[in-house]
Design a protein around this ligand. Structure first.
Ligand code: ADE
Length: 227
């Protein structure tokens, strides 16, 4: 898979995409993540990529030309499954979308910007608008990093123990059961005995019960979702 991220703040991705599972997946050649600085695609000699909005609102708006330039340059090199724009107006990102996207070959993520982008970008260049939740961030960079992380960890081989991605919270609309590690007793706080029993079928049954109970208590809305 290849993820091309377009941003006016490419430095925000340092550290986010160079660590942990995202780094491992890139080292293993399961994914390539390329961050493009939008300013490299403007013809403006001051490298400006925004301008005042028509109709006189406050704030600057990203211009269509540099965005069209970078997206066209990328599309000349390969086909993209989606050209995503991160925006609080978008469809809310979830595990199901992450699952589908983890099977894609190539995606572009265009990071939104405080006052927005020229609407013609959204009308002509973007195939999907995604929000990571009902709150407003200062830009789409964190949203793009969140999406990249959630998607890449689902690519087979990205996580050492494949089973562990499958048993994540949300993967089957259930929250994950509790996990514990050594010591079995700490300050009198004990690990549930069943987990120490060695009886795998009973342990699995307990985990499912716990997952159901936690979901009913904490996120009953998940149980109403069809799938
Ligand atoms: N940009 C600003 N807020 C956002 C959000 N909630 N999701 C995605 N992109 C955003």
């Amino acid at each position: 898979m290849r993820i091309d991220i377009i941003s006016v703040l490419p430095e925000m991705f340092t550290g986010l995409i160079d660590c942990s599972i995202l780094k491992r997946a890139q080292d293993k050649k399961l994914v390539e993540i390329h961050v493009h600085n939008l300013r490299d695609y403007t013809t403006n000699r001051h490298r400006r990529v925004d301008d005042y909005p028509f109709g006189g609102e406050a704030g600057m708006v990203l211009q269509v030309e540099p965005i069209d330039n970078v997206i066209s340059a990328l599309k000349k090199q390969r086909n993209y499954d989606e050209v995503i724009y991160t925006s609080p107006d978008g469809e809310v990102f979830n595990q199901k979308i992450a699952n589908v996207m983890s099977s894609y070959e190539n995606i572009i993520i265009l990071c939104g910007h405080y006052k927005g982008i020229d609407y013609r970008v959204r009308e002509h260049l973007i195939t999907r608008e995604i929000s990571i939740g009902d709150y407003v961030l200062t830009g789409g960079e964190l949203a793009a990093a969140v999406m990249a992380d959630a998607i890449v960890r689902l690519i087979p081989g990205a996580i050492g123990d494949e089973q562990s991605a499958l048993s994540d919270s949300f993967q089957d609309n259930l929250l994950a059961p509790p996990v514990y590690t050594r010591p079995a007793e700490y300050k009198g706080w004990e690990v549930p005995e069943i987990l120490l029993s060695g009886h795998q079928a009973k342990i699995d049954e307990w985990k499912l019960q716990q997952a159901m109970e936690r979901t009913e208590r904490l996120r009953p809305d998940l149980l109403d979702k069809e799938e």
